[in-house]
Design a protein around this ligand. Sequence first.
Ligand code: MG
Length: 392
Amino acid sequence: MALSVAAVIVAAGRGSRVGGDLPKQYRVLAGEPVLRTTLSTFAWHGEVGAVQTVIHGDDRAHYDAAASGLKVLPPVAGGATRQISVRNGLEALSAKAPDIVLVHDAARPFCSAELVSRAIVACSATGAAIPALEVTDTIKSVDNNGHVTGTVDRSTLRSVQTPQAFKFAPLLEAHRRAAKEGRDEFTDDAALIEWAGLKVAVFAGEQGNIKLTTEDDFARAEARRIANLTDVRIGTGYDVHPFDTGGDHVWLGGVKIPHDRKLAGHSDADVALHALVDAILGAIADGDIGTHFPPSDMRWRGASSDQFLKYACERVTKRGGRVSNVDVTLVCETPRIGPHREAIRQRIAEICEISVDRVGLQATTSEKLGFIGRGEGIVAMASATVRLPWSW
Ligand code: MG
């Protein structure tokens, strides 16, 4: 019979080393909370039967949002130390005790499914196994004045990660005994198992399985993620709005431009942003502006179009992607666009949360030909490139 495996995900820390009020395991990376990425790896793993998260009592709302829809056990509350938090997770599992338990840090979202499998195999063979990397940097010991006192022999050193894998019963037993004896200094479960007198084996960890700790870790993780967005999509959009009599301004590209006639339309008639919304939705094959914001819906009457564009960008980030660049062409006899070009580019960049050098804007007339030439309306054309994570 196959061994039963459960995972304890330790998410109770306050993450005080990273700025901001939000504990780091709930920060959004790659379009979703770090904890959700971590939980998904274990919840979707074919060999892991149960996932038990340990959270801080104050984080319940963050947790519910991060874990929604995932097949995981209800969370339990952690304690003052990591050791207590892990013990609470193990106790919660003990009623239906698994053969093997994996203890993993919530702040290591890049752990692969292969690493999880490797942990299970190693633990099945040895009873206690932890992922480890050889130390490649030269290691020095230093004194209190910051002076080097020696060079450490790194051949016997390993830096270790999680998931750490253990036979469930001896790990729970060791935790209970440590609690009874008032020993609370163990910073990982391997240390506790060593204290209990059992052997701990190492297996190959993963370079990418980093623990997000500093701002720099988040910045590098985000950069690495963007580099992995190799599915480049292109979308195009087109819109036209007629001039109406009256009014003293038009909205173009999210900027209010004085003009002696207004544009007719259900919303604010911002023809440039409408074309751009369609370009972005087109790039991810996600309908068009009318699908998401039907003109029949009174909510959008007179609505400011920047919210449509924000929404389209969110559809991209929800898929783990981002808008790479956009380009808009306006065709009209009046008003003159040139004087407002930079303001429009700025505003579009702001709404899409991209830099201004990723926003192109051209303006032209139609040389007095056709309905545009007769000054009856404005045409906008747009294109957008969007980068998504690769998947078929
Ligand atoms: Mg429109």
